[in-house]
Design a protein around this ligand. Structure first.
Ligand SMILES: NC(=O)c1ccc[n+]([C@@H]2O[C@H](COP(=O)([O-])OP(=O)(O)OC[C@H]3O[C@@H](n4cnc5c(N)ncnc54)[C@H](OP(=O)(O)O)[C@@H]3O)[C@@H](O)[C@H]2O)c1
Length: 304
């Protein structure tokens, strides 16, 4: 039987990466979106049941990526939307799965590696089993997101939580922005550069999901490369490839002012994320890009 994958919130960066990956393998992919544009797009509103539910019948997997981008100012309205877009979409997908005659075999629900506390210096990286969960705004969002997913009882659907680190890719997400800034000289350590950066190449993000499914695994997975690096190292590698004429200093106060101008939060840069993909490695997953230099060398080619 033809494989069918449904990606809720699949019109964005990661959904597009998965769409390319799976359609290249001959899998039928449908995208649940609030603004259908392509033949494979299906309308949903992310919060109420509708005809879209029928797409889930007999699906190989449902992958939920829906959520308002966190790349915005954390004012009251945005904070509310960041939370509700994740909670409402996850809850309604649970109702849809339960309403299916033949529900999807798998349900991957996005979460984030930001759920873990800041990790300083040589402290061990956070694994799924021993990682320290935090409680600031972003960490609480992640906890609520996972809690609503965990509450969904789906006896015939295997469930997986994706605690994804920053995904580096050619056509979206953080990398193209960071790359353009680096080319203009903004590739020095940020706010001292001692904070950890956990990351994954977009192709490994796709392959990891595929691998978990092939192994019929369930539970929580840190979706990140096994070699987190400091912000200083990341910027050194970035500078090596971006080759700016000058390197401008990036102290914390300047980043804080800059974040206001470009309508984002400096937390996205200052957070120290040190995360380790223990469960993926235990399952035998092999990364195409284990080291950040290989990833940047690959991704930066297209953005030069
Ligand atoms: N990119 C990363 O590095 C990264 C890392 C960790 C975790 N994540 C998480 O992974 C997910 C996907 O990331 P991404 O980079 O692909 O994000 P993205 O490009 O912003 O795409 C997210 C999608 O969510 C949908 N969406 C937004 N607000 C919604 C709402 N109120 N109700 C229903 N759907 C809504 C949008 O689809 P429509 O507008 O078409 O409906 C959008 O295409 C996000 O939840 C993100 O938090 C991403």
């Amino acid at each position: 039987m033809e494989q069918k994958i449904i990606i809720a919130g699949g019109s964005g960066f990661l959904g597009n990466a998965l769409y390319q990956y799976y359609t290249a393998k001959g899998v039928l992919v449908k995208i649940l979106t609030r603004n259908p544009k392509k033949a494979d797009d299906v309308y949903w509103d992310g919060k109420t049941l509708g005809a879209w539910k029928n797409e889930l019948e007999n699906a190989t997997a449902l992958i939920n990526l829906a959520g308002k981008s966190v790349n915005c100012r954390y004012n009251k309205a945005n904070k509310r939307a960041i939370l509700s877009s994740r909670i409402d979409s996850t809850a309604i997908l649970g109702s849809a799965v339960r309403a299916c005659e033949v529900p999807p075999a798998y349900w991957f629900n996005s979460s984030t590696a930001t759920i873990y506390q800041h990790t300083n210096g040589d402290a061990p990286a956070n694994t799924e089993k021993e990682g320290k969960i935090g409680s600031d705004f972003s960490m609480n969002i992640a906890k609520d997101w996972e809690a609503v997913f965990n509450r969904q009882v789906t006896p015939n659907t295997k469930k997986v939580v994706l605690r994804t680190a920053i995904v580096y890719g050619k056509d979206g997400g953080a990398f193209p922005v960071v790359w353009q800034l680096a080319k203009r000289g903004l590739c020095s350590p940020q706010a001292g550069g001692q904070q950890w950066v956990s990351w994954i190449h977009e192709i490994d993000f796709c392959k990891a999901i595929d691998y978990i499914m092939a192994k019929e695994a369930t539970g929580i997975f840190n979706i990140c490369a096994p070699n987190p690096i400091t912000n200083k190292t990341f910027n050194e590698v970035l500078a090596k490839y971006a080759q700016p004429i000058i390197k401008l200093p990036q102290p914390k106060w300047l980043l804080q002012i800059g974040a206001i101008f470009i309508k984002t939060e400096v937390e996205l840069i200052l957070k120290s994320r040190k995360v380790y993909p223990a469960n993926l490695l235990a399952l035998g997953f092999k990364f195409d890009y284990e080291n950040v230099e290989d990833a940047i060398a690959n991704i930066s080619l297209k953005n030069r």
